[in-house]
Design a protein around this ligand. Sequence first.
Ligand SMILES: Nc1ncnc2c1ncn2[C@@H]1O[C@H](COP(=O)(O)OP(=O)(O)OP(=O)(O)O)[C@@H](O)[C@H]1O
Length: 236
Amino acid sequence: MHVIGTVGLPGSGKGEAATVAREDGIPVVTMGDVVRQETADRGLDPTKDHGTVAQALREENGPAAIAERSLPMIEDRLQNHETVLVDGIRSDTEVDTFEERFGESFTLISIEAPFEVRADRIDARGRDVREADGGEGLAARDERERGFGMDDAMDRADIVVENTDSLEAFHERIRSIIRTGSTGDDRDSDRDGDRDSDNNESGGDNPEAEPESESEPELGVDTTTETEAETEEPQP
Ligand SMILES: Nc1ncnc2c1ncn2[C@@H]1O[C@H](COP(=O)(O)OP(=O)(O)OP(=O)(O)O)[C@@H](O)[C@H]1O
C-alpha cells in the first residue's frame, strides 16, 4: 500500500503529476471530487455550489473535513490498486489526517516553482480567467491557498520536486517517484531528515529507478535547473 499526496501552489504542476499517475494506471482522488460528491449528496449543483459546500464542510466538521471524507474513497481504490495518488492537499491539518491513517505508507510530494514561472504557465494554460478580465490574480490565489495552511503542508513534504525544468523531465521525475516510492536519486531536497532513510530503504535501490534517473539530464531543455543538472551524480 502506498498513498502519495501532492501539494503545491497554483500552476506548480499538480495536475500534470495526476496525469502521469493516471497514465500509469494509478487512481487519483482529488479533494475536488470529494467536494463534488458531497455537493451532489446535499442535492445541490456540483458545478455551482462547490465553493459553498467546501466552506460549509470545514465549518461544520473542522479544517480536516474534506481530507477525512476522502479516506473512504482512497481506501476503496486501495482494494484493487497498490498505489493511490491524492491531489489537492491544502493544509497541514489535512497532512495530519493522511499520516494518521496511512502512517509510513503516506508520502507527501511538494511541487514547487517560482511565482513568475507559475504565472507564465497559467497564462499559457489559458484555463483561468485573466486578472485583467476580472479573474483572481495569481498573487491573490497564492494568498488564499496560503491562508488554508498550504505553506505548512509544503513544509511537511517528504520529497520536494522543483518543477522548473521541461515538462518531459517533470513527468519522468514524477513517474520515477510513483514507481519506486522514493526519489530514485539525490536531486530532491528532503525537509524532514528522518524520512530520508525510509525513502532510500523503500525503493532507492529499485532497478527500475536507475535508467530513468540517468536519462533525465538529457531530457531537460530548460536552462533554469542548471545547478540541479550539475550536481547530478550516478548512484553508487
Ligand atoms: N515543467 C513544465 N514545463 C512546461 N509547462 C509545464 C510544466 N509543468 C507544468 N506545466 C504546465 O503549466 C500549467 C500548470 O500546471 P498544472 O495545471 O499541472 O498546475 P496545477 O498545480 O494543477 O495548477 P492549479 O492548482 O491552478 O490547478 C499546465 O498547463 C501545465 O501543462
